[in-house]
Design a protein around this ligand. Structure first.
Ligand code: ATP
Ligand code: MG
Length: 252
């Protein structure tokens, strides 16, 4: 097995006046090539913190993050940009498409940064747009597409450079349930084809699409294992609203 992601005692701490916020608190985990992992947890549990570290957008306060076997903290700016481009494909909740570029051009952008020539990148962009079923929309602007179609463009863009890891941050957050299902099925297909997918979500019903679930609470991993295990979706949440005590009932 080839290890693509390794967190070795990763912590991210913020000093806020008198209190120390542990956004990530001693997280150790590895992701092997070909895995489909969901990182799940409620608001404030540390998902974005982990996403930013995995995506090389932020560095840990302590511990080390290895991407493709290389220690990220040791890299200079150029090396970081290079490894991000080569290793990671990003899918965001809000698609992050460039509004003035056509669908085709949007998919070409990362290939341009990767230094691919014009003809090769056009060919590759068309190929991945076909994969996501948008071969007939290449000349459209993003604003001329539905939300689900825009997310498929962003999936094509993430795939274009054949990255080692596809990193999806709440990819269905802006979509209705039917379109969400389409996008999740697409991630599943990518996994079936051998891609490594890391899905970040607060929603258990979305997390169970993955075969492995890493659950965060207060910056710590409280579950890491199969999504089939009932324990994968157990949370330690307080009830949303407390049942009111009946008037005249026995005092607690
Ligand atoms: N730049 C920062 N400065 C101070 N505290 C921060 C900073 N970034 C995150 N935190 C804190 O770290 C904790 C984890 O934040 P994080 O954004 O990773 O949570 P999350 O799981 O992504 O939540 P959400 O589902 O709401 O996006 C929170 O308590 C947050 O307030
Ligand atoms: Mg977040």
């Amino acid at each position: 097995m080839e290890e693509l992601i390794r967190f070795d005692h990763v912590s991210k701490h913020y000093q806020m006046g008198d209190t120390l916020v542990k956004a990530a608190d001693d997280i150790s985990l590895t992701v092997e090539r070909g895995e489909f992992v969901a990182i799940v947890g409620k608001s404030g549990s540390g998902k974005s913190t982990c996403m930013n570290i995995i995506g090389c957008l932020d560095v840990p306060t302590s511990g080390e993050y290895y991407l493709g076997g290389q220690a990220v903290s040791q890299m200079n700016k150029n090396k970081l940009a290079e490894i991000r481009n080569r290793m990671l494909g990003f899918i965001f909740q809000q698609y992050n498409l460039l509004p003035k570029l056509s669908v085709l051009e949007n998919v070409e952008v990362p290939l341009m940064y990767a230094g691919m020539d014009r003809i090769a990148r056009r060919r590759r962009a068309l190929e991945v747009l076909e994969t996501v079923g948008l071969a007939d929309k290449t000349r459209n602007l993003p604003s001329q597409l539905s939300g689900g179609q825009q997310q498929r463009v962003s999936i094509a863009r993430a795939l274009a450079g054949s990255p080692a890891v596809i990193l999806a941050d709440e990819p269905t957050g802006a979509l209705d349930s039917r379109t969400s299902r389409e996008v999740l099925e697409m991630l599943q297909d990518l996994h079936d084809q051998g891609n490594t997918v890391v899905l970040i979500t607060h929603d258990n019903s979305i997390a169970v699409t993955a075969e492995r679930i890493v659950r965060l609470e207060d910056g710590r991993v409280v579950y890491d294992g199969s999504s089939d295990d009932p324990a994968a979706v157990v949370t330690h949440d307080e009830p949303l609203v407390r049942r009111s005590r009946r008037k005249g009932g026995t005092p607690a």
